[in-house]
Design a protein around this ligand. Structure first.
Ligand code: AGP
Ligand code: GLU
Length: 614
């Protein structure tokens, strides 16, 4: 999620807030806005970058010693000026900025509309500020009390700052699952999503905990409370960091940061969509009135994507065919769009795209639409072109992915596909009830198991050093792990510039085995259950020709350890969920090899993050 910066004190708020928003720029976003209070409230919001906002406000009233600013990474409502933050309540008294997702915003919005509220934007955030305003107005409550009561009714993730124009000497902030830092200056306070905007102004900070509220006043006093109104003793820490380090947190590259974000981003993708204990999966995109029948009774899914997203689509093929028994064809979007394919009205075309702007994927979708198919998008960037032209879709909520090599977006796409396949399999009666519940439990454990899989990082860092001068590498996998072999090979190619190929392990004997010699490292993803003996034989075939085998195995595997040169363990899980774990060591392997080779991991040569050209 994106960026929050707020200020109250004796200095002009505008320059502090804008500088802070620019320092949060590394988080990626789609729009920005600011509200300042001087004699009255002045609010400016703009789609685009912070520079678009600063150009827009030139010559406008930018006075004020108190203000709130925001960079948005849209989750509800496409990126445009109206949906940009801040948002105001019904009577215009309160102004709020928010990072996160209000999952039950629709229910709250419905109740507020019944009470006569009208909304300007499509965001979940505007609903929250209306709720706080309504609670405050009803009993003329102090702002902090109205915030506490409102947040006790909210389900989701939030970091918020609220300004009451009838009491502009105070700001109220709160957080849950989205970070918020309070900077304590001399008779001045700073509030921000992370410490980046505070550096250079103060080194005294309080990191808010979940469900805590901060009330900061222009007279230099402040208070920290829980949303249950228990006063907390603030734990003031000394901030000791420089700007350069901050941008990527403690990580040298965004790619590593994004690899390590995956336990959270996978959890975010499942948030509000999965409850194993209650036994349900809900995927809004396939339950919408205008699509649910066609999705459930589709004759065929055609999945179109490029690059890593195409690998996720391949996993989707295995998932939908095994769990929902729906025939699937996976197409490179660039091929599909030019070969005048047969696409019928009872087909569903599913596009996968992190950016939602890939030209080939967009063009393939437009063609499918013309041919009358239902088009569905699995996208990370809310309000992107692909998200806008599809009949329905599922956002993966992975947050901005800055590294060119896609990692958290890939596992987010696979998570979304898994949720869809299980949900549709259950509805179509193609998954036994017991297995359905087993899959739900398994899926709910995945974020923790990804965390465990990341523990192999040190082992992989050491292993990477042995292969930095490799010229060619093979990646082999079977079943659900065949697309992972392709993905592992692409990761290595695109960031370390070492040639690598992914193959179905059984294909070795049809040609590639001629490549095997003592100089050829072969990465074998050998976690399979159903084809375990076969993959063991494939490893032996490689060893018989002096190949070097790096095996990714299920934790506790003793057999492959005896024959492979190197063994990396990942936690056990249900077979359809394996890709979410087996890809982790391959992401780390490519990262460390590229790092040691001195490659620019985040911006590899010749590549762009989003290929918006054909
Ligand atoms: C993946 O690591 C690459 N950066 C690239 O293959 C990417 O997956 C492809 O360009 C598709 O991008 P999209 O998901 O934004 O459509
Ligand atoms: N869910 C809010 C929106 O879509 C906030 C998104 C963010 O964290 O930037 O506007």
């Amino acid at each position: 999620m994106c960026g929050i910066v707020a200020y109250i004190g004796k200095k002009d708020a505008y320059p502090i807030i804008v500088k802070g928003l620019k320092r949060l720029e590394y988080r990626g976003y789609d729009s920005a806005g600011i509200a300042l209070f001087n004699d009255d409230l002045h609010m400016y919001k703009k789609k685009g970058k912070v520079n678009d906002l600063t150009s827009f406000v030139k010559g406008k009233n930018l006075e004020g010693k108190v203000g709130i600013g925001h960079t948005r990474w849209a989750t509800h409502g496409e990126p445009n000026d109206v949906n940009a933050h801040p948002h105001t309540c019904q009577n215009g008294r309160l102004t709020l900025i928010h990072n996160g997702i209000i999952e039950n915003y629709a229910t709250i919005k419905e109740a507020l509309i019944k009470d006569g509220h009208s909304f300007q934007s499509d965001t979940d955030t505007e609903v929250l500020v209306h709720l706080i305003g309504a609670i405050q107005e009803k009993d003329n409550l102090p702002l902090e009390e109205a915030v506490r009561i409102a947040l006790s009714q909210v389900v989701g993730a939030y970091a918020i700052v609220v300004l009451d124009k009838e009491n502009p000497t105070q700001l109220v902030a709160a957080r849950k699952a989205s970070p918020l830092v309070v900077g304590i200056g001399k008779d001045e306070f700073f509030l921000a999503s992370d410490a980046t905007p505070l550096v250079g102004y103060t080194d005294q900070v309080v990191y808010l905990n979940d469900e805590e509220i901060a009330i900061v006043n222009a007279n230099g006093t402040f208070e920290i409370k829980t949303i249950d109104n228990e006063v907390q003793t603030p734990y003031i820490q000394h901030l000791n960091m420089n700007i350069e380090k901050l941008e990527k947190g403690d990580y040298e590259y965004f790619m590593l940061k994004e690899i390590y974000e995956q336990p959270n981003t996978i959890a975010d993708c499942m948030r509000g969509r999965l409850n194993a204990a209650a036994g349900w999966i809900r995927v809004g995109g396939i339950e919408k009135e205008n699509v649910k029948e066609k999705m459930l009774n589709a004759k065929r899914f055609i999945m179109a994507a490029c690059g890593t997203s195409w690998h996720a689509a391949l996993i989707g093929e295995y998932l939908f065919e095994e769990l929902a028994r729906i025939p699937v064809e996976v197409e490179y979007a660039s091929e599909l769009r030019y070969r005048n394919p047969i696409i019928n009205k009872d087909d569903v075309v599913i596009a996968l795209s992190q950016s939602g702007e890939t030209a080939d994927t967009l063009a393939a979708l437009e063609m499918a639409k013309e041919k009358g198919a239902l088009i569905y998008g699995i996208v990370n960037s809310v309000g992107s072109s692909i998200a806008r032209i599809t009949d329905s879709g599922s956002y993966i909520h992975a947050g901005p992915e800055i590294g060119v090599a896609s990692t958290k977006a890939f596992t987010g796409q696979v998570t979304a596909l898994t949720l869809m396949a299980i949900n549709m399999g259950y509805k179509r009666g193609t998954i036994p009830k017991s297995y359905y519940h087993q899959l739900l439990r398994g899926l709910e454990e995945i974020p923790q198991k990804v965390q465990e899989a990341l523990e192999c990082n040190d082992q992989i860092e050491k292993l990477a050093a042995k292969f930095i001068n490799t010229k060619h590498t093979l990646y082999l996998g079977r079943g659900y792990n065949f697309p992972i072999a392709l993905e592992g090979a692409l990761k290595l190619k695109e960031i370390s510039y070492i040639h690598a190929e992914g193959y179905p392990a059984a294909e070795m004997k049809h040609g590639p085995i001629a490549l095997i010699d003592e100089n050829m490292p072969v990465v074998v993803i050998a976690t399979n259950k159903s084809a375990y003996e076969k993959i063991v034989s494939n490893i032996q075939e490689v060893k018989a020709r002096k190949g070097i085998v790096i095996a990714i195995v299920t934790k506790g595997d003793q057999e492959i350890r005896k024959i492979a040169d190197y063994t990396i363990e990942i936690p056990d899980t249900e077979e359809p969920l394996t890709p979410l774990l087996s890809v982790i060591p391959l992401q780390l392997l490519s990262y460390h090899i590229a790092l040691i080779r001195g490659c620019n991991v985040d911006q590899p040569r010749n590549l762009a993050k989003s290929v918006t050209v054909e």
